[in-house]
Design a binder for this molecule. Structure first.
Ligand code: NDP
Length: 404
């Protein structure tokens, strides 16, 4: 059906490469490109061992549009699945426009020098993509991604009007390391230390990072965890696409150990993103920190437990108040056994693959730049069940956020 170029050979890139290889009827030729070719080659060797399929590997600096254009003219992909870093979103979108290739990513653009997350830079490409007859699908991971589709599904299937949204992301797993992040450390720490923004009564309200927390009991005996309110990019598109929402918030679990290390690192200046002079050169402390922390792709063998990510959507049905919870549980070791990555990479890589699958099949295909909730949620929800991320519904919701 089509050729795909995966950019980024980290934890998520590994999952996407395996998943594309598992669906040969859609992904006929697969190329994995990254900054470090040896990482691409190691993933390709694992894919060959597990699936018997050969995927090509290439070197590319995804921040360099000219390099990307050259590579894409040679490999002739129909779609790029971008799972490198958000800094490269715009250079890859430019290259797609220059070569006539569809685009998909899992994280919105942020300029390297300001940890500011918003879709405006990428939404500004809408007319150019539409005029070129190309599609860009933004944020096709789990959150953003599946959480957008869960919200759209509840809005379409379960409620007459949606009024409140709480996205709750719990990682109940343990990697056994004193401090490590489950996705790219630089992006993770920029996100977690940013001021919180939540939406209420028509505007986003800003509060200090992680200044509000609740307790959340996951379904199916996964456990009870403290969850912290923070900003997450899907809030921006969801309140725009579901204008009846009166309040939208995002919550994430962190262990005491993670928070303790983060506080110390912040206090000593290691999370700074501005360059500082060091021995005759300049270093960005957070980038140096990233270089000494464990890579997310290496956490697979030791991570045990489950992730539990879902959306609690409140609103009305038949004139009555109602709230509905849709969620997925993903086991770290099951993910590792299937594709060699822990569940945070898995829950991101599978939806990236499925978004690309629906685009190549023509099920989700419309020129322009879109977020996932703008498409029919049913085919995506069906594919989640089929390709490794089965979901469950509580209607009415039996879970809630409890103040501590
Ligand atoms: P990793 O750090 O494991 O992998 C990132 C990869 O990108 C690395 O292999 C890195 O190469 C490569 N890379 C970085 N810069 C360039 C460049 N200029 N050119 C080519 N390759 C480059 O991160 P993850 O796999 O955990 O995360 C990947 C993406 O997924 C991130 O953008 C993250 O924000 C997003 N994500 C989205 C989620 C969602 O639910 N929507 C959840 C989790 C992650 P090298 O190894 O050489 O440094």
């Amino acid at each position: 059906m089509g050729n795909c170029l995966i950019i980024g050979a980290g934890g998520v890139g590994r999952v996407v490469a395996h998943k594309c290889a598992q669906i040969p009827e859609v992904f006929e030729n697969v190329t994995l490109a990254g900054r470090t070719v040896s990482k691409c080659e190691a993933i390709a060797a694992d894919v060959k061992r597990r699936t018997g399929r050969t995927i090509a590997t290439e070197h590319v600096d995804a921040g360099d549009t000219a390099q990307l254009v050259k590579l894409m003219k040679r490999r002739r992909p129909d779609i790029v699945i971008h799972v490198a870093l958000p800094y490269q979103d715009l250079s890859i979108m430019e290259a797609c426009l220059q070569t006539g290739v569809h685009y998909l990513d899992t994280a919105n653009y942020e300029p390297p020098d300001t940890a500011h997350f918003e879709y405006s830079w990428q939404w500004a490409y809408h007319d150019r993509f539409r005029q070129a007859g190309l599609m860009a699908l933004l944020g096709s991971g789990f959150d953003p991604g599946v959480t957008n589709v869960f919200t759209a599904w509840v809005a379409k299937h379960a409620l007459d009007e949606v009024r409140t949204l709480d996205i709750v992301d719990v990682n109940a797993g343990d990697h056994g390391k004193p401090f490590a992040t489950n996705f790219n450390p630089e992006i993770n720490i920029r996100e977690v230390t940013a001021p919180c923004r939540h939406y209420e009564n028509g505007i986003f309200h800003r509060t200090p990072p992680l200044s509000r927390h609740s307790r959340f009991t996951c379904p199916e005996g996964v456990g009870t965890f403290p969850v912290y309110r923070m900003y997450h990019e899907e809030l921006e598109s969801l309140v725009r696409n579901f204008p009846t929402l009166e309040r939208a918030q995002f919550w994430m679990s962190f262990s005491d150990n993670y928070l303790k290390h983060l506080e110390v690192l912040q206090n000593v200046g290691m999370t700074r993103i501005d360059p500082i002079p060091f021995q005759g050169t300049e270093v960005v402390p957070l980038q140096f920190l990233k270089a000494v922390l464990p890579e997310p792709a290496g956490l697979g063998p030791d991570t045990r437990g489950k992730t539990c990510i879902g959306t609690i959507v409140g609103g009305t049905r038949d004139g009555e108040d109602r709230s509905v919870y849709v969620y997925n549980l993903c086991d770290h070791q099951d993910a590792y056994l299937e594709v060699g990555s822990q569940a945070v990479s898995y829950t991101t890589g599978v939806p990236a693959t499925l978004g690309a699958k629906l685009m190549l099949e023509g099920t989700w295909m419309s020129p322009g730049v879109w977020n996932l909730e703008q498409f029919d949620p049913y085919p995506f929800m069906a594919d989640l069940n089929h390709y490794g991320l089965p979901w469950n519904v509580q209607d009415p919701a039996e879970v809630s956020l409890e103040d501590e």
